[in-house]
Write a protein that binds this ligand. Structure first.
Ligand code: GLC
Length: 800
C-alpha cells in the first residue's frame, strides 16, 4: 500500500534525461533492393516500403552498433515494392504509388504525404538522451484522436493519455493511472479530420506513447534497441487495421467450442466439484462449453501434472465431461518448479532450455511453485520442447490451454525476470530488458504449435494473459485480474474495443469480475454485455463470493441463461465475423466509429458497441439503473426485443429493467442464426434461419461462413462461404445467394429466410429452379421463404 511518501518532493527528479543528440543533417542516400539508406551527419535512417501503404523507418545513432533486424514478428511480403528515390535541393523523396516520404536535409525530419499530396504526418528529428533512449515526436492537433495501443485502461480515444508498453502483472485495481498492463501492443491509430494512419513501433523492450505532455506533438520512445517504426497509410481505420494485421498476422480459426460460454474459478478444487458444476449447467439448461482448471489442479503447482488426491482420474473426468459437451482448459504458467526430482525441471536444466544470465547461471524466480526456472521461449529448441510437453494434456483429451503469469510475473521487487538475463533468440541474443514484451507471446506460440503437432488435425485453443503485437496468431486474450466493480464492467468495453483495433479480435474480460465480490445485479449486467464479447468467460477469485450464473437465485439465473442462449443462437453470425477477422483482421466487437467514421459523436463513444457492423448493444453499466440514453447513428434501427423502429442520428432514452440489455439491429442487417444448443460440440442443426432487416432502399450483403468448426480441414478448402446480397427498391426485394466457395459437405441443408419489416405486401415470390415454400405474416410484415441449399447460386425475387 502506498502512502504520501510516494509524492515526497525529493522524488521529483528530472523526468527525462536531456535529449541531446539527433541524426543531424541528411547527407547522402543509397538505394538498393527496395531499401533506402539515408546517411546523416550523426547516424542513419533506413527507409523501406513494405507495401504501397506501409513505410518502415529505422533510425540509428552513430554510436549504435547493435545489429537490429526487428523483433521477428513482422510478416514481410515476398515481393518488394517498387520505391522511387529522388533528390531535391532541400530534401530526399522516397515514394511508392500511394505514399511519399520527404526527408528534409537540414535535420533528417520526415513528412509523409499521400498520393494526392495531402500531408498525413510530420515526424520531427529522432533524438537520443544520454541513456541511449530514442524518441520521436509526431505532429498532432486539437482534432487528433488516438486508438488501439492494445490493452489499456481509460476510454476509447487515447488523446490526452500516456501509456507504457511493459508487460506487467497488475493485481492492484486497474485504474486510469496504470500505464502498462499484461499486453504490450505498440500500435497506434491517429485520426485527424478524416485523415488516418497507423504507427507500429516494433520494439519489445519498454516503449512509451505520450499523447499528453506536448500541445502540438505526441511522443513515441523506446528505452532500448533501435527506433523502428512502420507507418501505415489507408483510407479508413478499417483499412489501417487490415494492413496492420497483414503485417503482424491474423487469428487462425479457433475451435468453435472456444466461442461458447466458459466457466472458471480460482479454483474448482477437485474432480467432484468440476463434475458438479458441469452437471448443474446441463440440469439448469444453461449453455456452456468449457470449464477451466486453475492452479489447484496441479501437484504442488508443477505444470504438466495433476494432483493425485484432488484429481485422481483426470482422463475419466475429461471423458465424462466430453459426453456432456464440456471441454477442460487447464492453466499452464511458465514457471517450472525447481525440484531435481521433477522431470520437466531436470530436462530443462540438462538440455539448457531455461533462461540464463550471460555467465551461465539459470535465472530462478519465485512464483506459485516457489523457486522456479523459466523456459527461454525465444529459442526454437526450447519452444519445441515446451510445445511437445503438451502431449501430456492432449493424451488426456485436452485441446485448450490457458497461459497465465507469462509477462513473466515473478514475486520479487521488479515483478519480473532479471533484466540482465540473456535470451538466446535463436542466435541473436537479447537481454531481457530488450525482449521483455516478447516473452508471453513466445510462450503462447510454443503452446499453440505444440498442441497443433499433437492434436491430429484438431484445432488448438490457447488463451493468454501476456502478449505482444501479433499475439492474435496464437491466442485469444483475456484482460487479466479485473475486479467486480461496475467501473470495470464499463472499462472492459473500451479495453476490448481497442484490443480489436490492435489486431486482437478474440478477447474478453473476466465476466462478473475476478477479485472483490460481485452482486447478482452486476453479474446479470456483465453477462448481458459479455455474452456478445468474442471471448466469453466468467472467472472469479479464491475466497470471493461464488459467481456461477445460478449463484444469486432464480431471477439472475434466468437473465444469464437468456443472454448466454442469445449468444448460442447468434453463433452463425459470430462465427462468420470470426472468419472475417481471420481474413481481414477486422475486429468482431467494434466501436461505432469503425462503421460510422464521419460521425463526431462517436470519437470517444464506448459505453455501447457493435457486434460486427449491424448489431448494437448498449449495456447498463451502473447499479439500480433501468433507463439509459442510447445513441443510434444515422439510419433506421430496430429494438431487438420489441421490434420498435427507431430513427438514428440521435439519442433515445431506453427502458432497461434488469432483464433487458438494450440491443438494436440496423436496417439492412443480415443475421444468420441457429437453433439453441447447450454445447457447440453438439452436432449443429442442418437448418439455418437468416433474419433480413429490410430497408426498402439500400443494398446490403453478408458472408455466411461454415465449416466443421473442429479441424484444420478448412485450410484444405473444406468450408462454405455463402454470400447473401440484397437489393431493395420500394416494391421489390431481390436476394442473391451465391456460394463463393462450397466444398464442405456437412453444411446447412435448409434455409429459412425471414424478411422482416417488408415494406409492401408481396404478390409474387420466386426462386428460379429451386422448390420453396413461403409464408407472409401481414400483421408482422414478415415474409418467410424456405428452401434447400442444393444450389451454387440462386436469386429470390419478391415483388409487391
Ligand atoms: C492470476 C490470473 C488469475 C488466476 C490466478 C491463479 O492472478 O490472472 O486469472 O486465477 O492467477 O492462477
Amino acid at each position: 500500500m502506498e502512502n504520501s511518501a510516494t509524492i515526497h518532493p525529493d522524488k521529483q527528479t528530472q523526468a527525462q534525461a536531456v535529449e541531446s543528440r539527433s541524426l543531424g543533417r541528411a547527407e547522402r542516400i543509397t538505394a538498393a533492393n527496395g531499401l533506402t539508406i539515408v546517411n546523416c551527419s550523426a547516424g542513419q535512417l533506413m527507409v523501406q516500403f513494405i507495401t504501397e501503404q506501409i513505410i518502415r523507418v529505422t533510425a540509428k545513432s552513430a554510436s549504435d552498433t547493435h545489429a537490429w533486424s526487428g523483433s521477428g514478428v513482422v510478416l514481410f511480403p515476398e515481393n518488394a515494392v517498387d520505391q522511387q528515390v529522388e533528390e531535391r535541393e532541400d530534401e530526399f523523396i522516397i515514394h511508392s504509388s500511394a505514399l511519399q516520404a520527404f526527408i528534409h536535409k537540414s535535420d533528417s525530419s520526415i513528412a509523409i504525404y499521400d498520393d494526392k499530396g495531402h500531408l498525413l504526418a510530420r515526424q520531427e528529428p529522432v533524438v537520443w538522451n544520454v541513456h541511449k533512449e530514442a524518441a520521436v515526436h509526431f505532429e498532432k492537433s486539437s482534432d487528433s484522436h488516438f486508438y488501439a495501443l492494445g490493452e489499456k485502461t481509460g476510454f476509447l480515444d487515447k488523446a490526452g493519455e500516456r501509456y507504457e508498453m511493459w508487460n506487467s502483472d497488475v493485481f492492484s485495481p486497474h485504474v486510469p493511472d496504470i500505464e502498462a498492463l499484461y499486453q504490450s501492443i505498440p500500435f497506434l491509430i491517429h485520426l485527424n479530420e478524416g485523415t488516418v494512419y497507423g504507427l507500429f513501433l516494433d520494439n519489445p523492450g519498454k516503449t512509451a506513447f505520450d499523447m499528453r505532455s506536448y500541445p502540438n506533438h505526441y511522443r513515441v520512445s523506446c528505452e532500448t534497441g533501435s527506433l523502428d517504426y512502420y507507418f501505415i497509410g489507408g483510407s479508413s481505420i478499417k483499412d489501417v487495421v487490415s494492413s496492420y494485421t497483414g503485417l503482424t498476422g491474423r487469428m487462425q480459426l479457433p475451435p468453435v467450442w472456444s466461442l461458447g460460454y466458459q466457466q472458471s474459478r480460482y479454483s474448482y478444487m477437485n474432480q467432484e466439484e468440476v463434475m458438479t458444476i458441469a452437471r448443474t449447467f446441463r440440469e439448469k439448461q444453461i449453455p456452456c462449453d468449457v470449464i477451466y482448471l486453475d492452479i489447484h489442479y496441479m501437484d504442488e503447482y508443477r505444470v504438466f501434472t495433476f494432483d493425485p488426491l484432488r484429481f485422481p482420474n483426470p482422463k475419466q473426468m475429461i471423458q465424462e465431461l466430453k459426453e456432456l459437451g464440456i471441454r477442460i482448459v487447464p492453466i499452464v504458467d511458465p514457471g517450472v518448479k525447481k525440484d531435481p526430482t521433477y522431470q520437466v525441471y531436470r530436462q530443462g536444466i540438462e538440455q539448457g532450455l531455461f533462461c540464463e544470465k550471460l555467465e551461465g547461471e539459470v535465472f530462478i524466480g519465485k512464483v506459485w511453485p516457489g523457486d522456479s526456472a523459466f523456459p527461454d521461449f525465444t529459442d526454437q529448441e526450447a519452444g519445441t520442447w515446451w510445445g511437445d510437453l503438451h502431449r501430456y494434456y492432449t493424451e488426456l483429451g485436452i485441446a485448450g490451454i490457458w497461459n497465465d503469469m507469462n509477462e513473466p510475473s515473478v514475486f520479487n521487487d521488479s515483478k519480473t525476470m532479471d533484466l540482465d538475463v540473456v535470451h538466446s533468440n535463436n542466435g541473436s541474443p537479447m537481454t531481457h530488458k530488450e525482449a521483455h514484451n516478447l516473452y508471453g507471446m513466445m510462450m503462447s506460440k510454443a503452446t499453440y504449435e505444440g498442441l497443433e503437432r499433437n492434436l491430429n488435425g484438431e484445432r488448438p485453443f490457447v488463451v493468454t494473459r501476456a502478449g505482444y503485437a501479433g499475439i492474435q496468431r496464437y491466442a485469444a486474450v483475456w484482460t487479466g485480474d479485473n475486479r467486480s466493480y461496475w467501473e470495470h464492467l464499463a472499462l472492459s468495453i473500451p479495453m476490448v474495443l481497442n484490443l480489436g483495433l490492435s489486431g486482437v479480435a478474440f478477447a474478453g474480460p473476466d465476466i462478473g469480475g475476478f477479485t472483490h465480490h460481485t452482486s447478482g445485479e452486476l453479474l446479470a449486467r456483465w453477462t448481458q454485455a459479455g455474452s456478445l464479447f468474442p471471448f466469453c468467460r466468467n472467472h472469479s477469485m479464491l475466497d470471493s463470493i461464488r459467481q456461477e450464473p445460478w449463484a444469486f437465485g432464480a431471477e439472475i439465473e434466468e437473465i444469464c441463461r437468456t443472454y448466454i442462449a442469445l449468444r448460442y443462437r447468434l453463433m452463425p453470425y459470430m462465427y462468420s465475423l470470426i472468419y472475417e477477422a481471420s481474413r481481414s483482421g477486422l475486429p468482431v466487437l467494434r466501436p461505432l466509429l469503425l462503421e460510422f467514421p464521419d460521425d463526431p459523436k462517436l470519437f470517444n463513444l464506448c459505453d455501447q458497441f457493435l457486434l460486427g457492423s449491424h448489431i448494437l448493444a448498449a449495456p447498463i453499466l451502473r447499479p439500480s439503473t433501468d433507463h439509459r440514453a442510447v445513441y443510434l447513428p444515422e439510419g433506421t434501427w430496430y429494438d431487438y426485443w420489441t421490434g420498435e423502429r427507431l430513427e438514428g442520428g440521435k439519442h433515445h432514452l431506453c427502458h432497461a429493467p434488469l432483464s433487458v440489455m438494450p440491443l438494436f439491429i440496423r436496417e439492412g442487417a443480415i443475421v444468420p442464426q441457429a437453433p439453441l444448443r447447450q454445447s457447440l460440440s453438439e452436432a449443429s442443426s442442418p437448418e439455418l434461419t437468416i433474419d433480413m432487416y429490410c430497408s426498402g432502399r439500400a443494398d446490403h450483403q453478408f458472408d455466411y461462413y461454415e465449416d466443421d468448426g473442429r479441424t484444420a480441414q478448412y485450410k484444405q478448402g473444406s468450408y462454405n462461404l455463402l454470400n447473401i446480397q440484397v437489393n431493395e427498391s420500394p416494391n421489390q426485394v431481390s436476394v442473391q445467394l451465391n456460394y463463393r466457395h462450397k466444398e464442405f459437405e456437412n453444411g446447412i441443408q435448409f434455409i429459412h429466410l425471414r424478411m422482416l419489416y417488408v415494406p409492401f405486401v408481396p404478390v409474387s415470390v420466386r426462386i428460379e429452379d429451386n422448390p420453396h415454400s413461403f409464408d407472409f405474416n401481414e400483421q408482422a410484415g414478415v415474409l418467410t421463404v424456405g428452401f434447400k441449399t442444393g444450389f451454387h447460386s440462386a436469386v429470390i425475387q419478391v415483388i409487391g
